[in-house]
Design a protein. Structure first.
Length: 214
């Protein structure tokens, strides 16, 4: 039998039982990338909203950003609560759930970026209605809810993540409305594709960190 490893000072064993592996974690960089990735879907939608308006002003852009940002901050909390309720039952393969969810969402965003078609030119309004923006914001936040489900299986502060996603969405949507005024839909498509690739990368990193710890 090989000698047991001991510490240098007290002579106590360094390992006295079965190895306990920590839960997969997300650092500040991963949270920032996740927030930016989740906001690209809304950014693409905001560009479309901006291009559909007659010279939108910053006040309209900020209004749109606030609506999208609040919704985008709430939905991952809802998803996290749903996932947390089931976390005890799937603890042994939680990292695979996070990876698969992020992979599927990322591929969906990449595919969607190249499937949009340009709408025919119509008479443009000066601003969008509140409920239209709420509906659009909720539609683009479904991915954030699904990500929230996956985050329930990780060692992460969901409040920090939700606020980060909400703030990033607010900033990106506000900018997106003004970008849409100048550039139209093409920029939004590429942003959505990049966001999808970032989600795939984050999911792969989570899986790699867990498997490499085994």
């Amino acid at each position: 039998m090989s000698p047991q490893r001991r510490s240098g000072s007290g002579g106590m064993p360094l390992c006295s039982g079965p190895a306990v592996f920590p839960e997969p974690q997300m650092n500040a960089a991963s949270i920032t990338l996740l927030a930016l990735a989740m906001s690209t879907d809304a950014f693409a939608a905001a560009i479309g909203k901006g291009s559909a308006l007659v010279k939108p002003r910053w006040s309209e852009a900020v209004r749109t950003g606030l609506i999208f940002g609040v919704i985008e901050a709430i939905t991952p909390l809802v998803g996290w609560a749903l996932g947390y309720a089931a976390a005890d039952y799937v603890e042994s393969w939680d990292h695979w759930i996070a990876f698969v969810l992020l992979l599927v969402l990322g591929l969906r965003m990449v595919r969607g970026a190249f499937q949009h078609t340009d709408a025919p030119e119509i008479s443009k309004p000066a601003r969008h209605g509140f409920w239209l923006l709420v509906a659009t914001g909720f539609a683009t936040s479904i991915d954030a809810m699904a990500v929230g489900v996956g985050l329930a299986f990780l060692d992460v502060n969901i409040t920090v993540v939700a606020l980060s996603i909400g703030f990033a969405t607010f900033a990106m949507v506000t900018l997106g409305v003004m970008v849409g005024r100048l550039l139209g839909h093409v920029t939004g498509r590429w942003a959505e594709a990049v966001g999808g690739l970032v989600l795939i990368a984050i999911g792969s990193l989570i899986l790699y960190e867990h498997l490499s710890a085994v």
